[in-house]
Structures are given as C-alpha cells and as structure tokens.
Design a protein around this ligand. Structure first.
Ligand code: NAD
Length: 277
C-alpha cells in the first residue's frame, strides 16, 4: 500500500450501470457528498472514480479513465454478489461513505497488460487490458507461431490464445484452465484455448507465467478473419500479422480503505464458499 500526495479536496466521479439498484446507490452517494466541503463531484478529471455495478462495470469504467491512471484511484460497489474488483456491496454504502471521509490518499496498485496488434497492411493498434487480451480465429483452426522474448516456443493450432493480468487470472483465464495468480505478482499469464495436441501437433499445453520485461508474440500463419478481445470488448481484424503482449508501465490503483478485501478471501468467496466441517 502506498500513499499519494494528499492535498485535501477530492474530485469524485460516480459512474453507475443502468440497473435500478445501481442508480439508486449512485444518487444516495451523490446526495451524501454534494454538500461535503472535502469533495467536488465531477466526471471530468477525477481523483477518485466510484464504479457502481459489477466487475464488468469496473472494466468499462477503467477503460473510460485509462488515460488518467497516474492520478485516478478506483473503488467498486457491487449491486450483486461480491466481485473481484469491488470492495463494497450495495447494503454497505454507509460504511463506504465513512471510509471515504477517512481517506488520506492510500492506494493499492495492480499490474496491467499492454497489447499491440499489427495488421498485414502495417497498421499498428495498441491497447491496455485490465483482465485479459485474446487472439482467436472463429471459423477455422488458428495456426500461429508463439515466441517468448524472441525465442520461438511452439507452433500453436487451436481456437486461440489468451493472455491475462494477475487480477484477470480469476476471470476467463481460470475458466480455460489457467492458474490463479496473486495480483501483486509482477507477471502475466498465457493460456491456450482448446489447442490441438496429438502425434502430429504439439504445444506446451500448460499455461505459462511470464515476468515483467518479457514479451509474448503471436504470429498467425493463415490469412483470414481474427477476433481480438480486450476485456469486455471484441474487435474483428482481417489478416493479423502479429500480436504482442507485455506488462504495462502503468498500474491500476484502488482506494485502500479498511474494506479493501484480501485476494484469497475473494477467491474463497467466489469459487469455494463456506466449507462444511
Ligand atoms: P460479464 O461482465 O458478464 O462478466 C462475466 C463474469 O466474469 C462475471 O461473473 C464477472 O463477475 C466475472 N469476472 C470479471 N472479471 C473478473 C475477474 N477479474 N475475476 C473473477 N471474475 C471476474 O462479462 P463480459 O462483460 O462479457 O466480460 C467481462 C469479463 O468476463 C472478461 O474480461 C472475461 O474475463 C470474463 N468472461 C469470462 C468468461 C468465461 O469464464 N467463460 C466468458 C466471457 C467473459
């Protein structure tokens, strides 16, 4: 946990998804803060962004403010079950407001992924991911060379490849058999999506953890249509020449209040629940 240069009045953005319950919570927080002299409510240039909804909403809010990562701290309020990026449930708004008023600029930060897509005609598109970025070929088998830091590792054949951040390791990555990575580990993970493995075709099979500073490069070998997914958005490209993945030099920061829940507690809550003795 680190402390920011705290100078008093905070600019706060409140962003809610379209659900009735989320809008209701947004208006409760708005009413509580609008006459508080320590806060200025504005969606422009905020110091603190309050996301109201679920993990999907936090992903959208992250992309809304990703150009201001040096300044912004995020905090999530979930209107359903406890999420991975949300510290408060909808019935804990009073506790959230109490902690917000005690805030002295502490933050907790987690690594992000940087991605570049180079198309066959030389166009380069860059993006940042909070959960993961994937390259998939839908209509036919994806055939692609995979290299790590310039070492040609394997020729992949299958549906595609996902590369996830540590916080994204519990999302799509986990569903396709990837490992769960503690979010303070400065690394990212590459996981195969339905690879072909038989006497003719061979890939490593297991997911791979790659340290900060190294780059994964995927070079598709067939012309055709490819789907690039970045968190909750997907884009179609004709003829991807290569896609590169590495840890970003920026991180996402969350408000570090007493309610910032420990990672293993979230894992237990989401995937295990209470164990019968
Ligand atoms: P969504 O917003 O409906 O989210 C799908 C589920 O993923 C929700 O239950 C959400 O709480 C959970 N989730 C999101 N981020 C998580 C994280 N870091 N750790 C654990 N759970 C997490 O779906 P969407 O808007 O289409 O995509 C958002 C994210 O959902 C994607 O980034 C992807 O990781 C995940 N997703 C997972 C699957 C899968 O597991 N098969 C399929 C699609 C999307």
């Amino acid at each position: 946990m680190t402390q920011m240069n705290y100078t008093g009045k905070s600019r706060v953005a409140i962003i809610a998804n379209g659900k009735y319950q989320s809008k209701r919570i947004a208006s409760k927080i708005f009413s509580a803060l609008k006459h508080d002299p320590n806060f200025y409510l504005s969606k422009d240039n905020p110091d603190i962004v309050i996301s109201i909804g679920g993990d999907g909403m936090l992903l959208s809010v992250f992309h809304m403010y990703e150009k201001a990562l040096d300044k912004v701290r995020f905090v999530g309020i979930h209107t359903g079950h406890l999420g991975f990026y949300t510290d408060y449930r909808d019935f804990e708004v009073d506790e959230f407001l109490k902690n917000l008023r005690l805030d002295r600029g502490e933050k907790i930060s987690y690594p992000l992924l940087r991605v570049t897509v180079t198309t066959a005609d030389g166009r380069i598109v860059t993006a940042r991911a909070l959960n993961e970025a994937s390259l998939r070929r839908i209509e036919k088998t994806m055939v692609a060379d995979v290299a790590i830091n310039g070492t040609q590792l394997e020729r992949f054949r299958g549906d595609g490849i996902t590369v996830s951040t540590p916080t994204g390791s519990t999302a799509y990555n986990k569903s396709i058999g990837g490992a769960v990575l503690h979010p303070t580990v400065e690394a990212f993970q590459m996981t195969e999506i339905a690879s072909l493995n038989n006497r003719v075709y061979r890939t490593l099979g297991s997911s791979i953890i790659i340290p900060k500073g190294e780059t994964v490069t995927i070079e598709p070998k067939r012309v055709g249509s490819y789907t690039v997914s970045i968190d909750n958005k997907s884009f179609s490209y004709r003829n991807v020449a290569k896609m590169e993945f590495f840890l970003d030099d920026k991180k996402i920061s969350f408000l570090s209040t007493p309610s910032h829940i420990g990672f293993w507690e979230r894992v237990k809550d989401a995937f295990i629940g209470e164990v019968d003795e």
